[in-house]
Design a protein around this ligand. Structure first.
Ligand SMILES: C[S@@+](CC[C@H](N)C(=O)[O-])C[C@H]1O[C@@H](n2cnc3c(N)ncnc32)[C@H](O)[C@@H]1O
Length: 275
Protein backbone atom coordinates (compact mmCIF):
# COMPACT_ATOMS: atom_id res chain seq x y z
CA UNK A 1 0.00 0.00 0.00
CA UNK A 2 1.37 3.41 -0.85
CA UNK A 3 -1.64 5.47 0.08
CA UNK A 4 -3.45 5.63 3.40
CA UNK A 5 -6.90 7.17 3.35
CA UNK A 6 -8.94 7.34 6.53
CA UNK A 7 -11.44 9.86 7.89
CA UNK A 8 -10.07 13.16 6.59
CA UNK A 9 -6.47 12.03 6.01
CA UNK A 10 -4.69 11.20 2.77
CA UNK A 11 -1.08 10.13 3.44
CA UNK A 12 1.02 9.00 0.48
CA UNK A 13 4.31 7.11 0.40
CA UNK A 14 5.95 9.43 -2.11
CA UNK A 15 8.42 12.26 -2.62
CA UNK A 16 6.37 15.28 -1.56
CA UNK A 17 7.87 17.50 -4.26
CA UNK A 18 6.35 15.20 -6.88
CA UNK A 19 3.07 14.91 -4.97
CA UNK A 20 2.73 18.65 -4.47
CA UNK A 21 3.46 19.43 -8.11
CA UNK A 22 0.21 17.68 -9.03
CA UNK A 23 -1.98 19.70 -6.69
CA UNK A 24 -4.14 22.75 -7.37
CA UNK A 25 -3.29 26.29 -6.19
CA UNK A 26 -4.65 27.88 -3.01
CA UNK A 27 -5.96 24.63 -1.58
CA UNK A 28 -4.59 24.69 1.98
CA UNK A 29 -5.05 26.88 5.05
CA UNK A 30 -1.87 25.74 6.74
CA UNK A 31 1.37 23.89 5.95
CA UNK A 32 3.59 22.38 8.62
CA UNK A 33 6.91 21.61 7.10
CA UNK A 34 9.66 19.68 8.90
CA UNK A 35 12.11 18.93 6.08
CA UNK A 36 15.47 17.17 6.13
CA UNK A 37 17.96 19.65 7.63
CA UNK A 38 21.02 18.28 5.84
CA UNK A 39 22.53 17.79 9.30
CA UNK A 40 23.64 14.19 8.92
CA UNK A 41 27.26 13.19 8.60
CA UNK A 42 28.63 9.82 7.60
CA UNK A 43 29.82 9.32 11.17
CA UNK A 44 28.34 7.16 13.88
CA UNK A 45 28.28 8.63 17.35
CA UNK A 46 27.62 6.83 20.52
CA UNK A 47 27.77 7.75 24.15
CA UNK A 48 27.47 5.56 27.16
CA UNK A 49 26.86 6.48 30.74
CA UNK A 50 30.54 5.79 31.68
CA UNK A 51 31.42 9.22 30.28
CA UNK A 52 29.59 10.74 33.20
CA UNK A 53 28.49 14.01 31.63
CA UNK A 54 26.27 15.66 34.19
CA UNK A 55 22.57 15.55 33.29
CA UNK A 56 22.94 12.98 30.49
CA UNK A 57 22.35 9.55 31.93
CA UNK A 58 21.73 6.50 29.77
CA UNK A 59 23.18 5.35 26.49
CA UNK A 60 22.83 7.29 23.26
CA UNK A 61 23.48 6.36 19.68
CA UNK A 62 23.21 8.57 16.60
CA UNK A 63 23.31 6.99 13.18
CA UNK A 64 23.40 8.79 9.89
CA UNK A 65 19.97 9.14 8.29
CA UNK A 66 20.28 8.65 4.55
CA UNK A 67 17.37 11.02 3.84
CA UNK A 68 19.18 13.78 5.72
CA UNK A 69 22.40 13.62 3.69
CA UNK A 70 22.23 16.61 1.37
CA UNK A 71 24.90 18.53 -0.49
CA UNK A 72 24.76 22.31 -0.01
CA UNK A 73 23.65 23.21 -3.55
CA UNK A 74 21.14 20.37 -3.45
CA UNK A 75 19.78 21.65 -0.16
CA UNK A 76 19.34 25.19 -1.53
CA UNK A 77 17.59 24.00 -4.70
CA UNK A 78 15.31 21.63 -2.82
CA UNK A 79 14.42 24.36 -0.32
CA UNK A 80 13.59 26.78 -3.14
CA UNK A 81 11.45 24.21 -4.96
CA UNK A 82 9.69 23.19 -1.75
CA UNK A 83 8.85 26.76 -0.77
CA UNK A 84 7.69 27.62 -4.30
CA UNK A 85 5.16 24.80 -4.08
CA UNK A 86 4.08 25.79 -0.59
CA UNK A 87 3.57 29.39 -1.68
CA UNK A 88 1.37 28.23 -4.54
CA UNK A 89 -0.61 25.70 -2.52
CA UNK A 90 -1.32 27.65 0.69
CA UNK A 91 -3.94 30.40 0.53
CA UNK A 92 -2.84 34.00 1.17
CA UNK A 93 -5.08 33.87 4.27
CA UNK A 94 -3.17 30.85 5.56
CA UNK A 95 0.38 30.36 6.75
CA UNK A 96 3.41 28.11 6.48
CA UNK A 97 5.75 26.92 9.24
CA UNK A 98 9.24 25.62 8.42
CA UNK A 99 11.61 23.97 10.88
CA UNK A 100 15.38 24.26 10.53
CA UNK A 101 18.75 24.26 12.23
CA UNK A 102 21.86 26.23 11.27
CA UNK A 103 22.51 23.65 8.54
CA UNK A 104 19.57 24.89 6.44
CA UNK A 105 18.09 27.92 8.24
CA UNK A 106 20.02 30.38 6.04
CA UNK A 107 18.63 28.71 2.93
CA UNK A 108 15.07 28.71 4.29
CA UNK A 109 15.24 32.38 5.25
CA UNK A 110 16.84 33.43 1.94
CA UNK A 111 14.38 31.42 -0.16
CA UNK A 112 11.40 32.90 1.72
CA UNK A 113 12.67 36.40 1.00
CA UNK A 114 13.39 35.61 -2.66
CA UNK A 115 9.88 34.21 -3.04
CA UNK A 116 8.16 37.12 -1.28
CA UNK A 117 6.99 34.93 1.54
CA UNK A 118 6.82 37.43 4.39
CA UNK A 119 8.43 36.24 7.61
CA UNK A 120 5.90 36.76 10.39
CA UNK A 121 8.19 35.46 13.13
CA UNK A 122 11.37 33.53 13.59
CA UNK A 123 10.91 31.25 16.58
CA UNK A 124 13.71 29.75 18.59
CA UNK A 125 12.74 26.41 20.05
CA UNK A 126 15.01 26.12 23.07
CA UNK A 127 15.76 22.50 23.99
CA UNK A 128 17.06 22.60 27.51
CA UNK A 129 17.79 18.85 27.44
CA UNK A 130 19.71 18.90 24.14
CA UNK A 131 22.17 16.15 23.32
CA UNK A 132 25.74 16.98 24.46
CA UNK A 133 28.45 17.77 21.92
CA UNK A 134 30.53 14.62 21.82
CA UNK A 135 33.50 16.05 19.90
CA UNK A 136 34.04 18.76 22.51
CA UNK A 137 34.91 21.06 19.58
CA UNK A 138 31.65 23.00 19.51
CA UNK A 139 29.06 24.42 21.88
CA UNK A 140 26.11 22.19 22.64
CA UNK A 141 23.51 22.97 19.99
CA UNK A 142 20.36 23.49 22.02
CA UNK A 143 17.88 25.19 19.75
CA UNK A 144 16.11 24.88 16.44
CA UNK A 145 14.64 27.67 14.35
CA UNK A 146 11.08 27.78 13.06
CA UNK A 147 9.97 30.35 10.50
CA UNK A 148 6.32 31.37 10.36
CA UNK A 149 5.60 32.88 6.94
CA UNK A 150 2.70 33.86 4.66
CA UNK A 151 2.13 34.83 1.06
CA UNK A 152 -0.61 37.43 1.57
CA UNK A 153 1.54 40.55 1.19
CA UNK A 154 0.71 43.73 3.06
CA UNK A 155 -2.91 42.71 3.72
CA UNK A 156 -1.61 40.28 6.36
CA UNK A 157 -4.84 38.30 6.51
CA UNK A 158 -3.21 35.13 7.84
CA UNK A 159 -5.01 33.49 10.74
CA UNK A 160 -3.59 34.21 14.21
CA UNK A 161 -5.46 33.00 17.28
CA UNK A 162 -4.10 35.92 19.26
CA UNK A 163 -6.28 36.01 22.39
CA UNK A 164 -6.15 32.31 23.14
CA UNK A 165 -2.40 32.22 22.66
CA UNK A 166 -1.93 35.20 24.94
CA UNK A 167 -3.99 33.58 27.69
CA UNK A 168 -2.49 30.13 27.29
CA UNK A 169 -0.33 28.46 29.90
CA UNK A 170 2.18 25.97 28.51
CA UNK A 171 3.44 23.07 30.59
CA UNK A 172 7.11 23.45 31.57
CA UNK A 173 7.71 26.66 29.60
CA UNK A 174 9.55 29.02 31.93
CA UNK A 175 9.27 31.94 29.48
CA UNK A 176 5.49 32.10 29.05
CA UNK A 177 3.28 33.79 31.61
CA UNK A 178 -0.51 33.48 31.21
CA UNK A 179 -2.06 36.76 30.08
CA UNK A 180 1.20 37.96 28.51
CA UNK A 181 1.98 37.79 24.81
CA UNK A 182 3.81 34.67 23.67
CA UNK A 183 7.47 35.41 22.91
CA UNK A 184 9.54 33.99 20.09
CA UNK A 185 11.68 31.81 22.36
CA UNK A 186 9.87 28.63 23.38
CA UNK A 187 11.14 26.54 26.24
CA UNK A 188 9.98 23.03 25.33
CA UNK A 189 12.07 20.02 26.42
CA UNK A 190 12.66 17.60 23.58
CA UNK A 191 11.21 14.56 25.22
CA UNK A 192 8.11 12.69 24.24
CA UNK A 193 5.31 11.13 26.24
CA UNK A 194 5.18 7.33 26.26
CA UNK A 195 2.26 7.19 23.87
CA UNK A 196 4.12 9.31 21.30
CA UNK A 197 6.77 6.58 21.10
CA UNK A 198 4.48 3.56 21.45
CA UNK A 199 4.69 2.55 17.76
CA UNK A 200 8.41 2.89 17.10
CA UNK A 201 11.05 5.56 17.11
CA UNK A 202 11.66 8.21 14.49
CA UNK A 203 15.11 9.83 14.80
CA UNK A 204 13.87 13.41 14.46
CA UNK A 205 10.35 13.12 15.82
CA UNK A 206 9.04 16.40 17.20
CA UNK A 207 7.41 16.48 20.63
CA UNK A 208 3.64 16.62 20.23
CA UNK A 209 3.33 19.69 22.43
CA UNK A 210 5.63 21.71 20.12
CA UNK A 211 3.39 21.04 17.13
CA UNK A 212 0.23 21.49 19.21
CA UNK A 213 1.46 24.95 20.13
CA UNK A 214 1.89 25.89 16.48
CA UNK A 215 -1.64 24.65 15.83
CA UNK A 216 -3.05 26.76 18.66
CA UNK A 217 -1.48 29.81 17.02
CA UNK A 218 -2.35 29.20 13.38
CA UNK A 219 -4.81 26.34 12.76
CA UNK A 220 -8.36 26.96 11.62
CA UNK A 221 -10.77 24.32 12.82
CA UNK A 222 -12.11 22.24 9.87
CA UNK A 223 -9.52 23.79 7.54
CA UNK A 224 -7.04 22.04 5.25
CA UNK A 225 -3.56 21.05 6.37
CA UNK A 226 -0.55 20.08 4.26
CA UNK A 227 2.30 18.02 5.79
CA UNK A 228 5.06 17.45 3.20
CA UNK A 229 7.37 15.44 5.53
CA UNK A 230 5.17 13.49 7.88
CA UNK A 231 7.82 11.30 9.59
CA UNK A 232 6.13 9.61 12.52
CA UNK A 233 2.87 11.52 12.01
CA UNK A 234 3.12 14.17 14.75
CA UNK A 235 1.72 16.96 12.56
CA UNK A 236 -1.08 14.71 11.28
CA UNK A 237 -2.18 13.89 14.83
CA UNK A 238 -2.14 17.61 15.60
CA UNK A 239 -4.32 18.29 12.54
CA UNK A 240 -6.83 15.64 13.61
CA UNK A 241 -7.31 17.48 16.90
CA UNK A 242 -8.59 20.43 14.82
CA UNK A 243 -10.74 18.25 12.60
CA UNK A 244 -8.74 19.36 9.57
CA UNK A 245 -8.60 17.69 6.15
CA UNK A 246 -5.00 16.55 5.95
CA UNK A 247 -2.73 15.73 3.01
CA UNK A 248 0.63 14.22 3.98
CA UNK A 249 3.70 12.68 2.33
CA UNK A 250 6.45 10.42 3.62
CA UNK A 251 9.16 8.83 1.51
CA UNK A 252 10.32 6.15 3.93
CA UNK A 253 8.18 3.00 4.24
CA UNK A 254 9.19 2.30 7.83
CA UNK A 255 8.07 5.76 8.98
CA UNK A 256 5.00 5.64 6.76
CA UNK A 257 3.90 2.41 8.51
CA UNK A 258 4.81 3.77 11.92
CA UNK A 259 2.70 6.87 11.38
CA UNK A 260 -0.30 4.85 10.17
CA UNK A 261 -0.22 2.77 13.36
CA UNK A 262 0.08 5.91 15.41
CA UNK A 263 -2.77 7.65 13.60
CA UNK A 264 -5.07 4.63 13.85
CA UNK A 265 -4.40 4.33 17.55
CA UNK A 266 -5.15 8.02 18.00
CA UNK A 267 -8.42 7.74 16.05
CA UNK A 268 -9.55 4.73 18.07
CA UNK A 269 -8.72 6.34 21.38
CA UNK A 270 -10.60 9.46 20.26
CA UNK A 271 -13.68 7.38 19.56
CA UNK A 272 -13.40 5.97 23.06
CA UNK A 273 -12.83 2.42 21.81
CA UNK A 274 -9.67 2.07 23.88
CA UNK A 275 -10.98 3.82 26.98
C1 LIG B 1 12.50 15.86 10.00
S1 LIG B 1 11.62 14.41 9.64
C2 LIG B 1 9.94 14.80 10.09
C3 LIG B 1 9.60 14.35 11.48
C4 LIG B 1 8.18 14.69 11.91
N1 LIG B 1 8.02 16.09 12.15
C5 LIG B 1 7.81 13.92 13.16
O1 LIG B 1 7.53 14.52 14.20
O2 LIG B 1 7.82 12.69 13.12
C6 LIG B 1 11.60 14.42 7.90
C7 LIG B 1 10.92 13.24 7.27
O3 LIG B 1 10.80 13.50 5.89
C8 LIG B 1 10.99 12.31 5.16
N2 LIG B 1 11.42 12.75 3.82
C9 LIG B 1 12.65 13.14 3.40
N3 LIG B 1 12.60 13.57 2.14
C10 LIG B 1 11.30 13.46 1.74
C11 LIG B 1 10.60 13.77 0.53
N4 LIG B 1 11.23 14.28 -0.52
N5 LIG B 1 9.26 13.56 0.48
C12 LIG B 1 8.60 13.05 1.55
N6 LIG B 1 9.21 12.73 2.71
C13 LIG B 1 10.54 12.94 2.81
C14 LIG B 1 12.04 11.54 5.95
O4 LIG B 1 11.93 10.15 5.70
C15 LIG B 1 11.67 11.91 7.39
O5 LIG B 1 10.82 10.94 7.96
Amino acid sequence: MNKYINENICLTLQDSIIGMSEMEDNFFDLALCDPPYGAATYKKWSYDSDKNIEGFGGNWKINTQIWDLLKQDDSFCRTFTLLSHLKRLVKPTGSIWIHSTYHNSGFVNTCCQLLNLEIINEIVWYKRNAFPNLSARRLTASHETILWVHSGGKKREYFFNYEEVKNAKFREDNFKEPGKQLRTVWDIPNNKDKEELAFGKHPTQKPQRLIDRIMLIAAKRNGRLLVPFSGSGTEIIAGLKYNMDIVGYEINKEYFDLSINRIEHYLKSREGVLL
